[in-house]
Design a protein around this ligand. Sequence first.
Ligand SMILES: [Fe+2]
Length: 211
Amino acid sequence: MKYEIKPLPYSYDALEPWIDARTVEIHHDKHQAAYVAKLNAALQSCPDFVHEGSILSLISHLDAIPANIMTAVRNNGGGAYNHAFYWDGLSAGKTSPSENLSLAINEAFGSFDKMKAMLSDAAVNRFGSGWAWLCSSENGDLSIISTPNQDNPVMGAIAGFREKLTPLFTIDVWEHAYYLKYQNRRNEYVENIFNIINWNTVNQRYFKAIS
Ligand SMILES: [Fe+2]
């Protein structure tokens, strides 16, 4: 058994003009695919850790992974999962936060625009490569964090988080996510991401997080 790459939920050009088709193609078919292949290679000696379809479960319990492959699983399991999560959080359709999520956003950040500013700051100011995340705690409190490399908030203590947060939305700020179109202008890429957030997906994730 091996992990398979999750297919893109739309065509390569679905996020145009904000994210160009060539970037989406290379990002999914080459970068994400490489993480999946390297995850499978790392787990070859430990087939018990290949759970059908659940890389999330794998990276949520890194403390159970044998020490000699833990870093490879953290980096490549994170890379495989984070990218699937990223694509699912985007779409070209017009959507908006649910009433519940809007209330939580206002409570945590003061307003939608303040949330947007904080999430943008987390993305633009992440030094090097990594991710910015909108997260929920179990009781529905929202927070914004960024992680280096391919770390995910569900990794908990191993990635330096005191509690396991549930990610609701993420922005990939590795250069491969934007360099072809935006070159060094990460801030422009981040600004434009807000045109293509799939709030239907984010709403469902929030509903699940607090259920
Ligand atoms: Fe990426």
